[in-house]
Ligand binder design. Sequence first.
Ligand code: GDP
Length: 298
Amino acid sequence: MFDTLQDRLHEVFKNLRGKSRLTEADIDATAREIRLALLEADVNLGVVKEFIANLKSRALGADVHKALNPSQQIIKIVDEELVAILGGEARPLRFAKRPPTVIMLAGLQGSGKTTLAGKLGLWLKGQGHSPLLVAADLQRPNAVNQLQVVGERAGVHVYAPEPGNGVGDPVQVARQSILHAMSKLYDVVVVDTAGRLGIDSELMQQAADIRAAVNPTEVLFVVDAMIGQDAVNTASAFDDGVGFDGVVLTKLDGDARGGAALSIAKVIGKPIMFASNGEGLKDFDAFHPDRMASRILG
Ligand code: GDP
């Protein structure tokens, strides 16, 4: 993950080793190389500009730690600026004061929503909760069945429309699932919604209707990190059309560059709350900007 960026940054830091002090020219050259490394990683241009401006002013200004050598100083600043663009503090999942907590998943088809429902279910179970997964994706013929399979693997119950009831109304299914959760004492309801291959107004409207029907505690936008800056654009469209509270990045394991991960929180102004890095149900965890920054720096 983010291998090229890591290699490039290591190269930059290596070039600073052995220097006893940094001249303005050193800082300029370093900033230029880091700028290139971030652009090559497909980081949003505005985010790169701000990152570099902060880096330069901090390296030139009084913000340098006297106890650190120049290379360490730059590493420290890059680390802190990476944490900042990744969202700063981790943003934990909110739970409703009165159960059930309702978590609605939204995103494009193939982004990994259904898999994520299983991962989240397993994760919630591990935290002592009693989750219920809801199949409100009635668009794809196999989606209900896929959620049932994932639920079984995770050992989490799935609420689905009765087979043979025709296409069904996802808004109705979502609404009924909340009543079901209340009567069966599930304390967290994870609602999987339909996605399309691209953004369309019907999809947005359906997600907005489900949102209005279940009044979610959290709406999570699920996005495939491998699509790079398209992830940021899609997030923006979903935020306008449906609105969401936090981002879940999936397929980080296949994301060699890291552009989406490093841009989305800053551009959209919403926290990355979870990250998924594999097809297995356990390849998933709450997102911590500081841990991610440390992994990038290696
Ligand atoms: P949905 O259409 O949004 O419900 O997406 P799915 O949950 O069906 O996922 C689409 C594909 O991506 C499936 O083949 C999943 O196994 C795969 N997938 C989901 N999450 C990850 C991940 O974090 N890493 C990898 N490598 N594959 C994933």
